[in-house]
Design a protein around this ligand. Sequence first.
Ligand SMILES: [Zn+2]
Length: 292
Amino acid sequence: MDFKLTRFAPTPSGFLHLGNLYSFLITKILAENTGAKILLRIDDLDRDRYRTEYVQDIFDTLDFMEIGYDHGPKTVEEFKKEWSQIHRMSIYLEALEKIRERKLVFACDCTRKKIQQMDSSGYYLGHCQVRNIPLERNETCWRMDTFDTDFIKVKTYSEGVKSYVLPEDSAFFIVRKKDKLPAYQLTSVLDDIHYSVDLIVRGNDLLGSTLDQQIVAKGLDLVSFQEATFHHHTLLKGPKNKKLSKSEGATSIQFLRKEGKKPADIYRILGEMIGAKETIQDFDSFKAILGA
Ligand SMILES: [Zn+2]
């Protein structure tokens, strides 16, 4: 299979950790194997958690690990000037308008606490759909009405077209937040289309996001996204098989770098984490193991 463009899409809400690096490397392998170029796409609309130093950390980490990419910003300045999601706001707002016109959403004013009280699962089960809250009311978010969602088809990299049922924890996802800004599931689809990404590589914890984004694409007739190919890789697990998180400082690349680790050391740590029998010390030996 040949592809034109894939992407690294880190969120600047923490320092990059080994799990992010692992995902970048798998993306790079697939890009090399399929002739795809790589775009560095940084999502910065989530302003609550955004910090400039996290954007800088993305550049520093890629530079330190000598992981190249073909398109996207190389510095914080360039990022702010040309690549920030703020520049694409009109695209997002236009899509939200279409979503409203097509009656794909309902308004919801539930707090996190209320959602937890309403159902012991903690999942939002669509309670507000029947309340018909005006969409323009303040302090309400817009949730996709996923009550009648059918099987969702996803073109996968290694398993052909797969059909999925939307899991409860991905239902009624938010496309416009209470602050009226577009939410991640919407901007991610629109950005990938904007840059003509046709191969999307992400951890399997984001399968739910893929399904949500396919619902957006279908609702808005965004055919190119529906035809894009997805690869959901297994996650790198921390000690005791725990999910790695950005809050665990010890796995951040920055922390390891400050400890004096070299890229070869970091590849070696990655190799141990994935249980590789041979020593991994650079991209080529990583690729040889995770290969095809
Ligand atoms: Zn609600």
